[in-house]
Design a protein around this ligand. Structure first.
Ligand code: SF4
Length: 347
């Protein structure tokens, strides 16, 4: 058994790493209003509450791997995804990009070096229309970034655009339409095309199929897998739905209130989840009625990340909690090859 904080690479799969997150924390402090700032200036003590969104998380994602990141709403998975692609700077910890075989510390790179790597990491959002200018035609929105970054010449644009739209399953004739003229499924494909336009190696898909009907979800998941096979992409696939993650992931990472509580290959998570929180998530899957009877369903609401519980954050909801669970944070320990869990019952 190894302490994950002493050896940050220990959650890595065996193939070569692409992105490494080492002891990442991300907190958000509220901006003080005018009155509070004025009170501070005259020496008054103004308490500013801090949201601990991500708390000391280490994770290495291998080239070509699909890592599913699951947990309830507010567990910090979207924040971790944004830190991974550089949309948020971490409060603590380091990120390393291994794209050329060397570990590049992203937070120490000069601006131009960082820009060159940042473009290799793109996000696909739940609602792509939120990131699309409603007054811009789809083709213009997709080709904007590659033209600006010198990845595409204007004279090649039409052929390039047609090829990209076909790749994501859209008719090239739709390039002249505006975002509101697309269906939900088409908009999802549009968002993927926009991310692919700058030739990324790593995609963070944040609830990318959550808003879609089940049949369209399946089509978009198949598209992600086809793109992975064709382009060698690596994914961090964020979802609140373990059932969705099951269909696409090689490995599953379970987060609870800012911390990773379990990591395992996808088949192993479903066959023998160790952490009580993971067991509870699996128990809630409608397609697994037998398991539902075997496990204790999850109870209560997640506590606020403003005031996370002491020790194991899950203890107020855990059916197996003991008094000692309130005292210390259980470390992530390797309980089987490539299977990590953070629970005192694993010992
Ligand atoms: Fe439950 Fe204790 Fe394990 Fe936390 S450490 S999951 S409270 S048994």
């Amino acid at each position: 058994m190894t302490d994950p904080h002493a050896a940050p690479m220990n959650h890595a799969p065996t193939s070569s790493p692409l992105l490494e997150l080492r002891r990442i924390s991300k907190s958000f402090g509220p901006a003080l209003d005018l009155a509070a700032r004025a009170a501070q200036k005259i020496g008054a003590r103004v308490a500013a509450e801090t949201v601990h969104a991500v708390d000391d998380v280490s994770l290495t994602i291998a080239r070509g791997e699909v890592v599913g990141l699951v947990g309830e709403s507010g567990c910090g998975k979207s924040t971790l995804g944004r830190v991974a692609v550089g949309l948020y700077a971490p409060t603590a910890g380091q990120r390393f990009w291994h794209g050329d075989g060397h570990a590049r510390p992203l937070d120490d790179l000069p601006a131009d070096g960082l820009r060159a790597i940042r473009i290799k990491m793109q996000m696909v959002f739940q609602d792509p229309s939120a990131s699309l200018n409603p007054r811009m035609r789809a083709g213009t929105a997709i080709s904007e970034a590659p033209l600006a970054h010198g990845l595409l010449r204007q004279q090649d644009r039409a052929a390039w655009l047609a090829q990209l739209l076909r790749r994501v399953g859209l008719d090239p004739g739709l390039a002249e339409r505006y975002p509101h003229q697309f269906s939900g499924g088409q908009r999802a494909r549009l968002g993927i095309a926009r991310a692919l336009a700058v030739q990324p190696e790593f995609l963070v898909c944040d609830e990318a199929v959550a808003a879609l009907d089940v049949s369209i979800q399946a089509q978009i998941l198949n598209l992600f897998m086809q793109l992975r096979a064709d382009l060698g992409l690596t994914y961090l696939f964020i979802s609140h739905d373990l059932g969705v993650v099951r269909h696409i992931s090689d490995r599953v990472v379970v987060m609870y209130l800012g911390r990773i509580v379990e990591i395992a290959p996808v088949e192993e998570i479903f066959a023998c989840a160790h952490h009580p929180y993971t067991q509870a998530l699996i128990a809630e899957l409608p397609e697994l009625p037998a398991r539902r009877r075997a496990y204790h369903p999850i109870r209560g609401e997640p506590p606020s990340p403003l005031h996370p519980p002491s020790g194991c954050h899950f203890h107020p909801r855990c059916p197996y909690a003991r008094p000692e669970c309130r005292a210390d944070r259980p470390p992530l320990r390797e309980i089987a090859p490539a299977h990590w869990s953070a629970c005192i019952l694993d010992g």
